[in-house]
Design a protein around this ligand. Structure first.
Ligand SMILES: [Mn+2]
Length: 450
């Protein structure tokens, strides 16, 4: 085993035990606080295509994969009762059409009492007789009604578990670093393909090959947009042929490792020095936002600061005709930056719990005028967040602005010149520390082998 690979797997074996202990502790507390004696978590079911005999790609439920890094096991369960070793009930059907979930191996297996079953309904026999004090988390399925559980997806319990998920354990950070390493490999290959004249689809293939993933294993559909496509925030096309003239690439693509996602965006210019300089300017702005991140920072303030900096950038680039302050006050910055500055990241790419005031209840509202912000909490040590400023030339928003008081503050000639590039976004993943943050993405790019 190469040295780097064995160091990574050693770190996972060393940190998984304490991770599981932390999950057990927070689950024990959450069960006690919400009046339950045990927890049954479902991995999710395969979803069948209408009138067909095939299924959609399986996506394991996050509340299951916080316990076990198993991504290919539909209709399996984790059973946890405080004080006892958690039990993994793994569905391994006798089926010669499909390959069953593999018998688990690796660093986490000995922490579980593993019980294979051949059918989902047989999982009931692997659970305590009396489940009348237990909660279930997952989609309900027909035979669940007869299992005698106290509640399905109880809000008070789920809220406590979701709230706690924002703070990552050292094991989770190791998974996130590995996802970032793979993501950086993919992004480097994608940039090379772009420079070679590849189509959006070919750029995706280069990304997948470099990180060794198939598309359905990615944590989200990659956004790979040449030219104006970059102005469509969740552009999904993946055109098979490159346009006649290629100006720019915006690629937002991530990978997962152990069930934990990275979420990385880069923008590349083909030959235009003016646009390349604008990307550089955005890159510096993004770094300055990253430099302000540490435990105790209110994320709503980060959103507002991003808009102030965007106002300045737009003015410097001659895209707007007014001061940064005026661009913010009149809503001009929101024409160019119509999404949140970042979100929690982890088992889901837009992770849960972004608005929770406390584990008990209550939400922290978004600042007025920022309806797409996905995080309003004060950062704590161990949070992992994305930092993703951008500016875009979006026809729909520009048209709306042209007709009102914002119109006279925008340099339409300049907007006309830049529209063919679509937009710019620079996105890194940050692990918050007491005094600053670890930039998982930049560290991963810096460590790439030559
Ligand atoms: Mn993101």
């Amino acid at each position: 085993m190469p040295e780097a690979v064995s160091a990574r797997s050693n770190e996972l074996s060393r940190t998984f035990g304490p991770h599981l202990a932390a999950v057990e502790r927070r689950t024990t507390d959450a069960l006690a606080a919400s009046g339950f004696s045990g927890l049954l978590v479902h991995s999710g079911s395969l979803l069948e295509v209408f009138q067909d005999d095939r299924t959609y790609p399986f996506q394991v439920n996050a509340p299951f994969k916080v316990w076990v890094p198993v991504e290919d096991a539909p209709d399996s369960f984790v059973w946890f009762a405080p004080g006892a070793r958690p039990r993994l009930i793994l569905l391994q059907p006798r089926d010669y059409w499909y390959k069953s979930a593999q018998t688990p191996q690796g660093y986490w297996v000995e922490s579980f009492d593993i019980r294979p079953v051949a059918e989902r309904a047989l999982a009931r026999a692997q659970l305590p007789k009396d489940l009348s004090g237990a909660a279930y988390i997952g989609e309900p399925f027909p035979e669940l009604a007869s299992w005698g559980l106290k509640a399905t997806n109880p809000a008070a319990l789920m809220r406590r578990l979701d709230y706690a998920r924002a703070v990552k354990t050292p094991y989770e950070l190791a998974c996130l670093r590995e996802a970032s390493r793979l993501g950086a490999l993919g992004h480097r290959a994608a940039a090379e393909a772009f420079r070679g004249g590849a189509s959006e689809f070919e750029i995706e293939l280069a990304f997948l090959e470099a990180c060794g993933m198939r598309e359905q294993e990615l944590p989200y559909n990659p956004i790979i947009a040449l030219n104006e496509g970059g102005a469509v925030l969740h552009y999904q096309v993946l055109a098979k042929r490159p346009p006649a003239e290629v100006h720019s690439l915006l690629i937002d693509a991530g990978v997962q490792s152990g069930g934990y996602a990275c979420d990385i965006t880069r923008t590349h210019a083909r030959e235009d020095a003016d646009f390349a300089a604008l990307i550089d300017r955005m890159d510096r702005m993004q770094l300055s936002l990253c430099a302000g991140i540490r435990a105790g920072v209110d994320w709503r303030e980060v959103q507002l600061r991003a808009h102030a900096l965007t106002g300045a950038l737009l003015r410097e680039a001659d895209i707007t005709l007014c001061s940064a302050e005026e661009a913010v006050d009149t809503g001009v910055t929101r024409v160019f930056l119509p999404h949140g500055i970042g979100h929690l990241l982890g088992l889901e790419v837009h992770d849960v719990g972004g608005f929770m005031r406390s584990p008990e209840g209550g939400d922290i509202p978004r600042p007025e005028g920022h309806p797409y912000l996905r995080l309003t909490r004060v950062l704590e040590e161990g949070f992992v967040v994305t930092m993703e400023p951008g500016i875009y030339f979006i026809d729909q928003l520009l048209e709306e602005a042209r007709g009102d008081a914002r119109g006279q503050r925008i340099n339409w000639t300049r907007v006309g010149e830049l529209s063919k590039f679509g937009g710019i976004r620079v996105e890194d993943d940050l692990a918050v520390t007491r005094t600053g943050c670890e930039n998982l993405t930049r560290d991963a790019f810096a460590a790439l082998p030559r």
